[in-house]
Design a protein around this ligand. Structure first.
Ligand code: DGJ
Length: 744
């Protein structure tokens, strides 16, 4: 039983595999937080955890007249409400017809549910059997408004994860206006943490930022209409003495693909409030009588095994309980994408030459990127008109897909459905379908505009147009792109008082469209993309099992991007390709071996003109694909361990270890050559201590314990005298991957 309830004392203890989350209803009827962290044994009464000062302090305010002790200023809360004497960041603020923003949500009842209910219109973690998790709903009521606030908590028996969301139902007779409604808030008793988050930009996504918490509000957010490359909707509190492998870490991630806020407020008592949810900036929501508003889900992870431990919890959850459909467990195909090979300049013959040659070398899926539809010879035109360009592809998509699919190759296609070009038939017919504000300048991004997905007619059009494309031939894969962010946000179909709902309604509309499409085409493997990683979040993963991690295909930059992304997202969600050199995003030239060794740790493919490779390169590529296929299941399903950080040194290392510990891949990358470098070892984590492993590269045999404590002995690097047949890691951007196998 993972949820213990003391009905009389109104205490709730959620117990996961190795974590406890405890709260109670306080005497003001609001839920007060007691503890979140490493699992503690259940006790019938946790009242002793609830502390107030013995004497009133300074100019604090007190909730009960005559009671000089009960001040929300001192208390840890579960879902703080604006206007009550808790001056930290509130979770909710609701405006009422009389102008008041003061609410009083008091405990009414609880409801215990086996498993986990789905969230209305929103992606969320799911359960496969009612026995794997339990959900607790706490119902709070504002009697004056007849508004019901439901706080929902799910805990899995065998995971270190707590899931939270909130729902507000208007049972009154008047409209309410939600100004702010977050998914979660939790108070920690101290501030001895580093705040870790993932920040970046286009082609530099999800780099790790880590800073010591300090007094005040430290916040990340997105106002771009996407979860964004700038700040992923994730943050972690890492105890100052914790590292990758040990110590307390708390991770928070929002299952949402739009504007968000996430932050930590350290107050004057050095307590830390973590909050996360839809960005209240430029947001409000009118709630009519009888309607309900549902927040997105927040995922809370506790780890006592450092950052890697936190990542393993996120990976396991997302791989098995966010990603859905047949592709969740199926091995993903090795693909080749023509974008960096041809950009817009191709025809059927060119495509077939790439696809046939790639197939000969072992590639299993050809992806036709941007430029296949009528008029699309550059990025100024045609988005919205999803009809094939018969000048480039005389046999249409259907004919090309048939030809590509003739051997062991499958065919995939790129689309960017959320967008519209002004040079398009769609715009001529429906200028009002653009997201924007009437009679105001509208910024474009990459010469394009966003379709107003808040509209049902737009979503119906897209469903029909895309269904036509997806069923026009043997289409096995779809890359769903989205290449600009929102500006001048507004919708022509919403009334003035609902304009601040636009960005959230857009995301709800997107989710509805995606649900319809993935249900109608259950066998297609969908990969989401937003100029690479501008929308890499668990919300999108609910519909599409993998994401194009970044438009940056440079092997060295990818070390940082993939390392950072792995804090939250598993390898099975990260698209990673080998591209040509000099690299198109950085101008850097790296060895083919290193480009492979980096892309190997992801959902693997190539993005280059294979017909232009030399015979020697093609032979190497053939071997790479064989190696990938041999290790595909290990990479897709194993446990990923970060070993050396590219953010901290010239060397990067990581490993993926099979769940049964029978095998592992260990990778080591040296960015710049170091003269006379000495001898190196790398400590490998996650192996079985008593198992003897053979290192395939050099025949060395070491136990898991030795590999962890002594470290894998790296062959001597080139040290600057003579090149011999054994010369190893000479030059910049070198890398090596070892396979470890248990000796039977
Ligand atoms: C941006 C994507 O991230 C690229 O991979 C490519 O698909 C282009 N868009 C095509 O326009």
């Amino acid at each position: 039983m993972p949820i213990y309830i003391n009905e009389e004392k109104k205490q709730f203890h959620l117990q996961g595999k190795n974590t406890s989350y405890i709260f109670r209803i306080m005497k003001n009827g609001q839920p007060g937080h007691l503890y979140f962290g490493k699992k503690v044994a259940h006790r019938e009464d946790f009242s002793y955890l609830f502390q107030l000062p013995n004497e009133p302090l300074g100019n604090a305010t007190f909730t009960f007249e005559g009671d000089q002790h009960f001040s929300l200023e001192f208390l840890k809360q579960e879902y703080p409400v604006y206007g009550t004497g808790d001056f930290r960041e509130p979770a909710i603020q609701v405006s009422q017809p009389d102008g008041s923003r003061v609410t009083l949500f008091e405990y009414d009842s609880f409801n215990l549910i086996k498993g986990k209910p789905a969230l209305d219109g929103l992606p969320a973690v799911y359960t496969e059997s009612a026995d794997e998790a339990e959900t607790l709903e706490i119902k709070l009521i504002d009697q004056k408004l007849k508004a019901e606030l439901t706080l929902s908590y799910t805990v899995f028996h065998q995971k270190n994860v707590i899931l939270r969301n909130a729902k507000l139902t208007n049972n009154g007779t008047e409209e309410l206006k939600i100004n702010r409604m977050l998914s979660m808030s939790v108070d920690f008793p101290d501030a001895d943490y580093d705040l870790v988050h993932l920040s970046g930009a286009w082609i530099r996504e999800r780099n790790i930022e880590s800073n010591r918490l300090h007094k005040g509000i430290q916040q990340i957010d997105s106002k771009r209409g996407t979860s964004s490359s700038q700040n992923n909707p994730f943050l972690a509190l890492k105890a100052v003495n914790a590292d990758e492998h040990s110590g307390d870490v708390y991770g928070f991630n929002l299952v949402y693909s739009g504007n968000f806020t996430a932050g930590v407020q350290v107050d004057h008592y050095d307590t830390s409030r973590v909050f996360m949810g839809i960005n209240p900036f430029d947001f409000s929501w009118r709630l009519e009588p009888g309607e309900a508003f549902q927040t997105p889900e927040a995922v809370l992870v506790y780890s006592d095994a450092g950052l890697n431990g936190m990542s393993h919890s996120f990976h396991d959850l997302y791989q098995n309980r966010i990603v859905r459909g047949v592709w969740r467990d199926k091995e993903r195909p090795v693909l080749i994408n023509n974008w960096e090979a041809t950009y817009f300049d191709f025809n059927e013959e060119k495509i077939l030459s790439i696809s046939d040659e790639a197939n000969r070398l072992g590639v299993e899926l050809f992806v036709l990127d941007d430029g296949w539809f009528e008029g699309r010879n550059n990025d100024t035109t045609s988005l919205g008109d999803w009809t094939p360009d018969l000048n480039k592809l005389p046999n249409g998509i259907a004919g090309l897909a048939e030809k590509v699919s003739r051997d062991s190759m499958k065919f995939g296609i790129w689309v960017e459905p959320e967008m519209i070009s002004k040079k398009s038939a769609l715009y001529e017919n429906h200028p009002e379908w653009i997201l924007g504000v009437q009679d105001r300048h509208l910024s474009h991004g990459r010469n394009q505009f966003i379709l107003d997905l808040t509209r049902q007619d737009v979503r119906d059009y897209l469903f029909d147009a895309l269904s036509k494309v997806f069923s026009s031939g043997p289409i096995a894969y779809v890359k769903w792109d989205m290449n600009r962010v929102m500006t001048e946000i507004g919708s022509a179909q919403l009334p003035p008082e609902r304009q601040e709902e636009t960005a959230h309604r857009y995301i709800l509309g997107l989710y509805e469209l995606l649900e319809r499409l993935v249900s109608a085409f259950p066998d297609i493997l969908f990969e989401s993309c937003a100029s690479g990683g501008n929308r890499f979040d668990p919300g999108m993963l609910y519909y599409m099992p993998q994401t194009w991690t970044s438009d940056n295909t440079d092997a060295i930059e990818r070390l940082k991007i993939q390392y950072g992304t792995s804090l939250v997202y598993p390898l099975s969600t990260m698209g990673a390709h080998v591209s040509s050199v000099p690299n198109h995003q950085t101008g850097r030239t790296t060895p083919l071996e290193t480009r492979f060794n980096t892309a190997l740790f992801g959902m693997f493919g190539y993005e280059l003109d294979v017909t232009k490779m030399t015979d020697a390169e093609k032979e190497e590529m053939k071997k790479q694909i064989v190696f990938y296929k041999e290790n595909r299941s290990l990479i897709q399903k194993g446990d990923f361990y970060r070993l050396l950080s590219p953010f901290e040194s010239n060397d990067t290392s990581w490993a993926v270890v099979a769940k049964d510990k029978s095998e592992a891949l260990v990778a080591y990358y040296r960015i710049l050559a170091k003269p006379n470098p000495g001898l190196k070892r790398v400590k490998v984590f996650g192996l079985d201590p008593t198992t003897l492993y053979r290192v395939n590269e050099n025949g060395l045999e070491m136990t898991g314990e030795e590999l962890n404590n002594i470290g894998l002995l790296l062959p001597p690097f080139y040290n600057g005298t003579v090149h011999t047949p054994k010369t190893f890691m000479a030059g910049d951007f070198r890398s090596v991957v070892w396979k470890l196998e248990a000796v039977k």
